[in-house]
Design a protein around this ligand. Sequence first.
Ligand SMILES: *[C@@H]1O[C@H](CO)[C@@H](O)[C@H](O)[C@H]1NC(C)=O
Ligand SMILES: *[C@@H]1O[C@H](CO)[C@@H](O)[C@H](O)[C@H]1NC(C)=O
Ligand SMILES: *[C@@H]1O[C@H](CO)[C@@H](O)[C@H](O)[C@H]1NC(C)=O
Ligand SMILES: *[C@@H]1O[C@H](CO)[C@@H](O)[C@H](O)[C@H]1NC(C)=O
Ligand SMILES: *[C@@H]1O[C@H](CO)[C@@H](O)[C@H](O)[C@H]1NC(C)=O
Length: 284
Amino acid sequence: MRPSSLSFLLLQLCLPVAWASVTVYNQQPFGDQTKSVASGSNTAAAAAYTGSAAYDPTVLDAPGVPNPAPPTKFFQQLSSAPVPGLSIPQSGYFFGFSVEFSVANQVLGTNSTRLAVPFLNLMANIQARGGSVRVRVGGNTQDYATMFPSLPGGKMLLKQAQDTANPTDTPALLFTPDVLYMMANISALVNVEWYLGIPLNDTANLRLQIAEAAEPILGDKLIGFQVGNEPDQYPLHQHRPPTYGPANFSADFGLVDAALLFRVNGSRKKCGTSTLSRPLAESR
Ligand SMILES: *[C@@H]1O[C@H](CO)[C@@H](O)[C@H](O)[C@H]1NC(C)=O
Ligand SMILES: *[C@@H]1O[C@H](CO)[C@@H](O)[C@H](O)[C@H]1NC(C)=O
Ligand SMILES: *[C@@H]1O[C@H](CO)[C@@H](O)[C@H](O)[C@H]1NC(C)=O
Ligand SMILES: *[C@@H]1O[C@H](CO)[C@@H](O)[C@H](O)[C@H]1NC(C)=O
Ligand SMILES: *[C@@H]1O[C@H](CO)[C@@H](O)[C@H](O)[C@H]1NC(C)=O
């Protein structure tokens, strides 16, 4: 007999023994009712209801306050001295948030004439406390986004089922300037200022139409462009060869910066160095 068969047999012999020694613990004191009732725990009548459990009309009685009762007043010593380690004062818009470009038509509105009322309400609520709200429209989808004067069916945004050799399965995005009009119409109602993600998938053929259109449409409500999304992940996401490093991104960024300066002169917005997938300190 081979050792493996032997151990299988032994296991079979052992099984009933193991089953016989299972210990069941109960929650104290609820499973303890068979023990002395005089020791302080209370009992309740067993449920008499026999209908469907979903319609059980039983109302549980709250147990009495223990004796001695727990404290209901607490003393907290407040300090009038400045709390150590405070940051510099921050504006109410310090925390903004980000809307992925591809879902702008689901979060912000269907198009420039059909704004999403829940979004407007949320912005108004935050504005009431923070003064203004800063929203980034961009993300993985910004890098392959292309602007068209119009799209089939009067659509503002379309996802192309194109294989961009992208492990994040990000579809190439087609959009019309109506996205920008939608953002402008939102800013006409609530004090939202925008960061706009612009594409960086192809530095040989920059697609800066979005920047060119956004400047006049959004005006002062456009506070910056974001160039490249998570560039530290570009090699991993196969957007760039494996040798692509910080110096390469810096060169790419410089290209876009120079191109923006050339195309969108005068009131040109600042370019941000884009969002990294992780804080810089971690992405060494
Ligand atoms: C927005 O969408 C609605 C509904 O499809 C349509 O009636 C309206 O014309 C669209 N507005 C624009 C500016 O395309
Ligand atoms: C960049 O994205 C555009 C739009 O999806 C696409 O047509 C183009 O081929 C891409 N270029 C590169 C180098 O991936
Ligand atoms: C709102 O959108 C329309 C297009 O639907 C555009 O003509 C108009 O200029 C926009 N309003 C603002 C304040 O940007
Ligand atoms: C990154 O930059 C280095 C130095 O200029 C260059 O040799 C290398 O080919 C670049 N890699 C990519 C992927 O662009
Ligand atoms: C671009 O803007 C700068 C600064 O405002 C100005 O000096 C320059 O003449 C402008 N160039 C063009 C081509 O308009």
